[in-house]
Write a protein that binds this ligand. Structure first.
Ligand SMILES: *Cc1c(COP(=O)(O)O)cnc(C)c1O
Length: 415
């Protein structure tokens, strides 16, 4: 939920933002560590909370997670290295590598460091078995249906590249290489629909019964949504837990052993902790439209362009004038990229949308809310734009957890 900036009880409020703007010079990302801790607590009923680090993979965020006994999911070699450098231990269940394929470098890393692998294809299971017999594995199952906040985040069904379609075929491979099957995993997509949830839990039970292996864990995957708009409801964690706990109990009874229930959220833990602060450098009018141009683009915040995602936008004046919230103007907010899709106010499919915003002047600052997940971690160097700073608020002070990249650093790769 977008945090109201005029509420001084919130760590991220107007005064704090003005202070940060002076200290760090926009554009930059800000994360509120307390908010992350608050979200972790909401999931305490699950035996294991495994942070899907792709949503926000800064090592300082990972260390924060570790200090709260949250474990981590890695989906690439780079994310494994991030987890290790943040203090997560190899040869334990602290890091799990989830993927649908293994390249050679990654294969050797997980083998040498004995990092459990959550396999989304039979091929990777075979390749792993050949190099690392006895390796601990999970099976990521495609239950045959999916759900997601957009087509691009739907991760189950016939059209999904994720997960194993016929998990039974994994059993001979597991046997051949004496792999140790730890658990079954389903990550169906982002966004929660309770009808759908029941279906997923049922499918998990069914898969366990059909495979009939002495697993010790099941994972509910991620996909817990957050309200990006004021009129959206937060998800009912209790309901979510009850559904999965029911599945866990059924499975436990069937296998006659204790089963650990894991959850693997990304967005839920970090989205609401983060904001993106940008400065307005130009405004312009066309026949029918008001444009406001800021110094971040879709290379920084990709979600509106990629998914048509909504991020609430607040305005802070650059000249200390009071922002007039009674006179709202239809506005299009755009970035600096040489590309017409570089618009933060758009719908799925790329239709430009106007947003009711107060009058904005050059020199004002725009705050993009709820950008802690899939914000900085999805940024790119498109248009040769350096990655911007990340700032973490912790125990009432602020630290730079990623400095601004320099243009020289980008060019160096090619020299
Ligand atoms: C992306 C991903 C998640 C996290 O998804 P959220 O919607 O951010 O909760 C969890 N598990 C896997 C395997 C993923 O790929």
């Amino acid at each position: 939920m977008p945090q109201l900036l005029n509420n001084n009880d919130n760590n991220i409020n107007i005064n704090k933002i003005r202070y940060l703007i002076k200290k760090y010079r926009p554009p930059f990302w800000v994360y509120d560590g307390d908010m992350i801790c608050k979200k972790i607590k909401l999931l305490k009923k699950f035996d294991v909370i495994r942070f899907a680090q792709k949503s926000c993979s800064n090592i300082h965020i990972l260390r924060l997670m570790k200090s709260k006994n949250v474990k981590v999911d890695a989906v690439s070699l780079g994310e494994i290295e991030r987890a290790l450098i943040s203090g997560f231990k190899s040869n334990t269940n602290e890091i799990i590598f989830t993927a649908d394929m293994l390249d050679e470098e990654t294969l050797h890393k997980v083998a040498n460091y004995k990092i459990p692998v959550n396999a989304g294809s039979l091929d990777m299971l075979t390749q792993l078995g050949q190099v690392s017999p006895g390796h601990h594995v999970w099976l990521r199952i495609n239950p045959g249906f999916g759900y997601g906040h957009s087509k691009k985040t739907n991760t189950g069904g016939d059209n999904s590249k994720h997960g194993i379609w016929e998990p039974k075929l994994a059993l001979p491979i597991i046997k051949k290489y004496k792999l140790k099957l730890i658990g079954l995993h389903m990550h169906i997509g982002s966004g929660v629909n309770y009808m759908h949830l029941t279906k997923v839990c049922k499918s998990m039970i069914q898969n366990v019964i059909e495979l009939n292996q002495k697993i010790s864990s099941i994972s509910a995957g991620g996909g817990l949504s957050i309200p990006y708009k004021f009129n959206e409801k937060p998800i009912d964690i209790e309901k979510y837990f009850i559904s999965w706990d029911y599945a866990r109990k059924k499975i436990s009874t069937f296998l006659k052993k204790n089963i650990q229930l894991e959850i693997e959220p990304g967005r839920f833990l970090v989205a609401e902790s983060g904001i993106l602060i940008a400065r307005v450098w130009a405004t312009k009018k066309t026949n029918n439209n008001n444009f406001v141009l800021v110094d971040v683009g879709f290379n920084d915040l990709m979600r509106p362009t990629m998914y048509g995602s909504y991020h609430h936008i607040s305005v802070i004046s650059g000249d200390n004038r009071k922002i007039d919230l009674k006179n709202m103007i239809d506005t299009i907010v755009a970035g600096p990229l040489c590309e017409s899709g570089d618009i933060f106010t758009q719908k799925i499919g790329g239709t430009i949308q106007t947003r009711k915003l107060p009058e904005i002047k050059t020199g004002d600052y725009l705050i993009f809310h709820d950008t802690g997940a899939y914000g900085a971690s999805m940024s790119s160097n498109y248009n040769t734009r350096p990655l911007i700073q990340e700032i973490l608020l912790k125990n009432n002070h602020s630290i730079v957890i990623r400095r601004r990249q320099t243009i020289q650093e980008i060019l160096k790769l090619e020299q």
